[in-house]
Design a protein around this ligand. Structure first.
Ligand code: FBP
Length: 262
């Protein structure tokens, strides 16, 4: 087994990463369903919910808010990110070093790699620097492994998602975050390809509670260790309620229908 550097952002080997980098990645439109969530304070508060094993944010939010939450929240600092204000082959600017993440108190770093993009080569080189920097500071490494770009016909196909999971292992991530490939069987293949690296599914856009929790439950049954979720939590009217249900499904492996009744 890999020496597991991500223990600080897991509980009993499982994780619920609350992702809140959407203000950069998608812009204010993601806050519209629940306007209070434009205020980062609301999300840092939400991250104190006991289901949440870490909060993934960009540097600017960490600088401004994390000092007030460092005793209650584990910080997963994204080291790259991009807006969707421009068009072109998928790419993501490195905006923070592993050294500065450590200075801010991060427990782990997060890094997006768009395998298959024309920028894959530079992104893999940038990931190397982030990964080795994280190792020097004993921080875990989470790869947002999202194959996409003009070379890929179907970036949501199970084979491509499994390849993304494998990239995480090959390049030295402790945790690989992949899109849900559509079935427990396909998720099982991605988990197998990731070997000793943990696999978490990404939350995606809103869908009904039951279908969402069913996917999470299938992923856990297939060997995934949790979820990294943003919109499917903070765009709901009662984000705490879905966190309660996710906690039951991920950590207690409760059936989704039962989890919703809690
Ligand atoms: P969601 O749960 O809202 O899908 O967030 C997960 C995430 O990886 C975020 O960290 C990121 O901002 C977003 O998805 C990127 O999604 P995409 O690149 O597909 O637009």
């Amino acid at each position: 087994m890999l020496p597991h550097a991500a223990d600080d952002i897991e509980r009993d080997g499982k994780s619920l990463i609350l992702a809140y980098d959407h203000g950069l990645e998608h812009g204010p439109v993601d806050f519209e369903p629940n306007p209070d969530t434009a205020d980062p304070e609301r999300i840092f508060e939400l991250a104190t919910h006991e289901a949440v094993t870490s909060l993934a944010v960009q540097k600017g939010l960490a600088e401004a808010y994390y000092p007030d939450y460092e005793d209650e929240v584990n910080l997963l600092l994204k080291l790259n990110g991009t807006s969707n204000l421009w068009r072109g082959e998928p790419d993501s600017a490195v905006n923070c070093t592993a050294e500065y993440a450590a200075e801010l108190g991060a427990d782990a770093v997060g890094f997006t790699v768009y395998g298959g993009s024309n920028h894959e080569v530079e992104m893999a080189e940038e990931f190397r620097e982030a990964q080795e920097g994280a190792r020097e500071h004993d921080m875990g490494v989470v790869m947002w492994s999202y194959p996409r770009g003009q070379g890929l016909r179907n970036d949501g196909s199970p084979d491509v998602i499994s390849y993304g999971a494998r990239l995480g292992l090959e390049l030295g991530a402790d945790v690989v975050k992949v899109k849900y490939p559509g079935s427990a069987e396909a998720m099982g293949h991605a988990v197998e390809m990731a070997g000793p690296a943990d696999v978490v599914m990404s939350g995606g856009t809103m869908r009904d509670d039951k279908a969402f929790l069913r996917n999470v439950s299938n992923a856990i049954d297939a060997g995934a260790t949790g979820i990294a979720v943003g919109r499917n939590v903070f765009q709901r009217d009662q984000p705490e309620r879905i966190l309660d249900a996710l906690e039951a499904v991920i950590f207690q492996e409760v059936d989704p229908a039962e989890a919703l009744a809690i």
